[in-house]
Ligand binder design. Structure first.
Ligand code: SF4
Ligand code: SF4
Ligand code: SF4
Length: 206
């Protein structure tokens, strides 16, 4: 099996959200859904030191994330029908529309808030890694659309050469699901689990 995954270069991303919008356009999603989201994460403060000098610990960066097609997919583990499954050839995680009953267990289990239940369709919806494009030897649309070349997609062995497994705020710690998302960290990046910053565009990413 070739396990596919994403790479994200935190030092390049400007938070323009072209990736998220390109996905919505390609997947013809309504305003209610987005398979990829971009967190704007900020924090820090100005502190006066003993000499009266004001020193900044401010930081700000963006994190583009979709489904991470995890090695240990919590979404698939809790799915009572087997609809949420990992493709044996690519490791990409997808919903079998014919099996899904829209119970929402996958939505509740995923620490990345990736699957959502579409009440009109009566089933779960999420990023499938653009499996149909990958089968044709192409990259996902979100990766191709990024104007800063901050995203890559490919076999995880290749992605792991570019960065380390995602362990950055505001994402959860990787030990929960072993996400196939590798990150090159910018100087501003804070570790997963920190409470030193906050997501400034919370309405966009929920
Ligand atoms: S990111 Fe969430 S939905 Fe995607 S495979 Fe991992 S647990 Fe499942
Ligand atoms: S891989 Fe495809 S479905 Fe997933 S976020 Fe990117 S464009 Fe959307
Ligand atoms: S398109 Fe590229 S630079 Fe823009 S938000 Fe997405 S990953 Fe960041």
């Amino acid at each position: 099996m070739t396990q596919y995954g994403f790479f994200f270069d935190s030092s390049r991303c400007t938070g323009c959200k072209t990736c998220a919008l390109a996905c919505k356009d390609y997947k013809d999603l309504s305003v209610d859904f987005a398979y990829r989201k971009v967190y704007d994460y900020e924090g820090g403060q100005w502190v006066e030191d003993a000499d009266g000098v004001h020193v900044s610990s401010m930081f700000a960066y963006h994190v583009s994330v979709s489904c991470n097609h995890c090695d240990n997919p919590a979404c698939a583990h809790v799915c009572p029908t087997g609809a949420m499954h990992k493709d044996p050839a690519t490791g990409l995680v997808d919903v079998d529309a014919g099996k899904c009953i829209g119970c929402g267990y996958c939505h509740m289990a995923c620490p990345y808030n990736s699957p959502k239940v579409d009440r009109q369709l009566g089933r779960s919806v999420k990023c499938n890694g653009c499996a149909e494009r990958v089968a044709e030897g192409k990259s996902p649309i979100c990766v191709e659309a990024c104007p800063l070349r901050a995203l890559e997609f490919g076999p995880v062995e290749e992605m792991a050469k570019l960065g380390k497994r995602a362990d950055i705020a505001p994402l959860p710690e990787p030990r929960y699901t072993d996400p196939n998302l590798y990150v090159l960290e910018s100087d501003d990046v804070q570790p997963a689990g920190t409470f030193d910053g906050e997501v400034k565009n919370i309405k966009e990413v929920m």
